[in-house]
Design a binder for this molecule. Structure first.
Ligand code: SF4
Ligand code: SF4
Length: 411
């Protein structure tokens, strides 16, 4: 029965939209590829020291590359990262419905606890991602409980960093129950450091985190395609001055992929661009193959951007309408009469096509309140996207993922 269903989905082309990882049946070869590549990736016994930077006032020094584990295929793959010198492993409660935290915990459980750093993003129950708001009646205890459940999944007595995701607005970040919960978790020794994770309004979020006095770290979208570089650089400097250590993600602006017709893309150049800013301590890179890991680790040894690399970034930024990366500027939100959370839907689209991670795409999709085919009621789309995306076409396309039973998605 399950086999028939899988065959049916493959026939309808859903594997095509999400890459080869949609169904367990096609996950095997990917894992096998990663495992065989992993076997060729040898570390010289002792864990090598990688180029590193201090992480704010935490006292930690972190290699310039950290591992986002959402796409990590196996326990062995994460261990390969550790053996290669990666120290920080980032998961989230919503990656694979908690399975990703279990995978990370399993990979690291026998290692000396002070030799790695684990972080996770845990959304507070009832978070309204579209409005960027927390429930008015939220209690600190409920967020403490969310964090404790995460600890159980990791199988650890503490996580080093707990990030509050969807943090865009100041009032969200400085909301008393959250600050209370973070403070209590630190006191109880269940987390060492509190943080925020932000996709949109990142400059505002970084400043709010720095002002709150409770956050030690932040994770922010930062890449060569951002439209507000000056404001972001000022906010990064502001956070650094307050002692907040910053990780950057979404650094390749769409997983290094774009729509057909876009110019070729140099991911090394994109990552180097991010690390030119000394206030970014490390990049969270969502690696899924040893080749990607090897490439990232080679890149951090020489951060100088050549003329050719700069030119390639300029070219890649010249056709925003072909991007998979949505700048999360939210200009579209008030234009849609159905009040769809278009930035979240564009993130889901990017996870599917750019990161080739259907489970992550589905998790982003599930956070959006909408019917099966939300754009079908509109004769014409009233949204004019700042990047020139055909949002209706992208939403109609990604909405199909809702019809796939979650057990068919990797994670
Ligand atoms: S206007 Fe376009 S780029 Fe901006 S958030 Fe909306 S979809 Fe993304
Ligand atoms: S077609 Fe455009 S205006 Fe209509 S629901 Fe979809 S995004 Fe909104």
């Amino acid at each position: 029965m399950a086999k028939n269903l899988r065959r049916e989905f493959l026939k309808k082309g859903l594997a095509g939209i999400c890459g080869a990882a949609v169904v367990p049946g096609v996950m095997g070869p990917r894992s096998a590829r990663a495992a065989s590549a992993a076997a060729r990736f040898t570390s010289a016994g002792a864990v090598p020291a990688l180029p590193s930077r201090p992480l704010g006032k935490t006292g930690l020094v972190t290699p310039l590359i950290s591992m986002g584990t959402a796409e990590a295929p196996t326990v062995e793959f994460i261990r390969q990262g550790y053996d290669a010198g990666i120290k920080f492993f980032f998961s989230a409660t919503y990656y694979g419905h908690g399975n990703n935290e279990r995978l990370v915990g399993q990979a690291l459980k026998d290692l000396p606890r002070d030799s790695f750093v684990v972080g996770t993003a845990a959304a507070a129950e009832g978070t309204d991602t579209r409005a960027g708001a927390l429930p008015k009646d939220m209690k600190a205890e409920s967020y403490v409980k969310t964090a404790e459940e995460s600890l159980k999944r990791f199988g650890l007595d503490h996580v080093d960093m707990l990030f509050l995701p969807f943090a865009e607005k100041r009032e969200f970040i400085v909301f008393d129950p959250v600050l209370e919960a973070m403070t209590a978790l630190k006191k109880q020794g269940k987390i060492r450091f509190a943080g925020i994770a932000t996709h949109g309004g990142c400059d505002v979020a970084l400043r709010a985190a720095a002002d709150a006095g409770v956050y030690d770290v932040a994770m922010t979208s930062y890449n060569f395609k951002i439209g507000n570089k000056e404001a972001m650089d000022e906010a990064l400097a502001y956070a650094a001055k307050a002692g907040v250590g910053v990780f950057a993600f979404k650094t390749t602006a769409g997983g290094g992929r774009a729509k057909a017709g876009a110019p070729p893309f140099d991911s090394d150049a994109a990552l180097k661009w991010v690390l030119q800013n000394p206030n970014v301590s490390s990049i969270i890179s969502g690696m899924s193959t040893v080749e990607e890991m090897r490439k990232n680790l080679a890149m951090i040894k020489d951060l100088k951007l050549s003329e050719r690399e700069l030119q390639s970034l300029k070219l890649a930024a010249a056709s925003p309408e072909l991007d998979l990366y949505c700048r999360q500027c939210r200009q579209c939100a008030p234009q849609c009469p159905a009040r769809l959370d278009i930035p979240a839907l564009m993130r889901s689209y990017m996870y599917a096509y750019g990161y080739r991670n259907p489970a992550q795409a589905r998790a982003a999709l599930d956070a959006v309140e909408m019917g099966g085919d939300p754009c079908s009621a509109c004769e014409t789309c009233r949204v004019s996207c700042a990047s020139g995306f055909d949002v209706r076409e992208r939403i109609t396309d990604i909405a199909r993922l809702k019809a796939v039973p979650p057990e068919f998605l990797r994670g």
